[in-house]
Design a protein around this ligand. Structure first.
Ligand code: PLP
Length: 397
């Protein structure tokens, strides 16, 4: 895949995710209709927000740390989109913590050399305990295969593709197939791709994790996560462990947040289609901007990373100079967001100091471009001034 790919096909028609895994309905239709209450005279067409901590005896669930009907509606919808059985968690990190709990004591986690910075911190904590953590560059498929051949049951393959924020793409079909052969449990963080671009369970992954905070909710107004397992006996056994982790570690979602997530999910296809089209357009224009050293864009999706001329100072100045683009962390909302990732102390050092992560939203692409163009030009000029004196990179080694 190259960054000058003209325009991705619309997610609605892109293989393999144009129809639901169950078969007949298109994804655009599933996203609108999944998880609704049964049709009954006078009943609401949306799930109720169940604000209760406990339930009368005789139902599926007795206490609301274990389950909630509002969660179930969202879980049904996401499960249909990913082709599996979903659990909602309090945050993406809650879901990731549950996923990492599948590692056996003393086992090995194999992961790309750069992952989401919260995942990095959890992997570092695991490495301080009894676990081994092995890293392979995301695009080094042979490296993954060789490492997997040394692993087996109880070990964990942890993948993110594309990686956040370096936008490196893992060869999921090949790497997941080898994990399956070796009996290694595999988890894929599918936050950046969404089930519209990638359905890892269909490629042999055991668990998909999401930061629902991002594209699935889509409006930067909730923090939530999810795990999804295959609808098989193996998947069900893993799902039981994930649910037990959620219940006992207690990182559970509020029903109001889950209602908002389901509301946001209804428009996922149109939001993502517009955001992806905008990103493809912007990636092409950025490639020839004189203030840009490198564009990282995997040919699809709505995230772009750019390395700007003039180092960290220039990159910070670009963020300050934008008006339409929000200078903020996070991604996947309807609003375009820009951020220099290395401003976070926890960001892996392999991420360049001059890298800006762009989460492309659904505004008009010409407005996005005009704002970015002027910010890049002003930022690089400001960076040139700053580098004459003691700058950001000098004061923060
Ligand atoms: C944001 C993010 C997370 C963490 O999710 P939260 O909802 O913030 O806890 C995990 N993985 C990726 C790829 C993310 O972008």
């Amino acid at each position: 895949m190259s960054h000058d790919a003209p325009r991705m096909p619309s997610p609605a028609t892109a293989d393999p995710a144009s129809t639901s895994p169950a078969g007949t309905l298109h994804t655009d239709t599933v996203v609108v209709g999944a998880g609704r209450p049964p049709r009954e005279p006078g009943r609401g067409v949306n799930p109720a927000v169940e604000l209760t901590s406990t339930f009368s005896p005789g139902g599926d669930v007795g206490y609301a740390r274990v389950g909630n009907p509002t969660w179930s509606a969202f879980e049904t919808a996401l499960g249909e989109l990913e082709g599996g059985v979903a659990l909602v968690h309090a945050s993406g990190m809650g879901a990731i913590s549950a996923g990492l709990s599948l590692l056996a004591p003393g086992g090995t986690v194999l992961a790309p050399d750069q992952t989401y910075n919260g995942t990095e911190d959890l992997l570092a904590a695991l490495a301080q305990g009894t676990a081994q953590v092995e890293r392979v560059h995301a695009t080094d498929t042979d490296g993954f295969l060789a490492a997997l051949d040394r692993l087996g049951e109880g070990d964990l393959l942890w993948l993110e593709s594309p990686t956040n924020p370096l936008m490196d793409v893992v060869d999921l079909p090949v790497v997941l197939a080898r994990a399956r052969e070796r009996g290694v449990t595999s988890v894929v963080d599918n936050t950046l791709s969404t089930p519209l671009l990638s359905r890892p369970l269909q490629l042999g992954a055991d668990v998909v994790v999401h930061s629902v905070t991002k594209y699935l909710s889509g409006h930067s107004d909730v923090v939530l996560g999810a795990t999804v397992v295959a609808a098989t006996a193996r998947g069900a056994a893993l799902g039981t462990r994930l649910q037990r982790h959620r219940t006992l570690h207690g990182a559970i979602a509020g029903p109001l947040e889950v209602f908002l997530a389901l509301r946001g999910l209804r428009t996922l296809t149109v939001r993502f289609e517009r955001a992806c089209a905008n990103a493809a357009d912007l990636a092409g224009r950025l490639a020839s901007h004189p203030a840009v050293e490198r564009v990282r864009y995997p040919g699809q999706g709505a995230m772009i990373a750019v390395e700007v001329v003039g180092g960290a100072e220039a990159a910070e100045a670009v963020c300050e100079a934008t008006a339409v683009w929000l200078h903020s962390t996070s991604l996947g909302g309807v609003e375009s967001q820009i951020e220099r990732r290395r401003r976070h102390a926890s960001e892996p050092l392999v991420v360049p100091v001059n890298l800006l992560r762009l989460s492309v939203g659904i505004e008009h692409v010409d407005d996005l471009w005009a704002d970015l163009d002027q910010a890049l030009s002003r930022g690089v000029a400001a960076g040139a001034d700053a580098s004459a004196g003691p700058g950001l990179s000098a004061s923060r080694p």
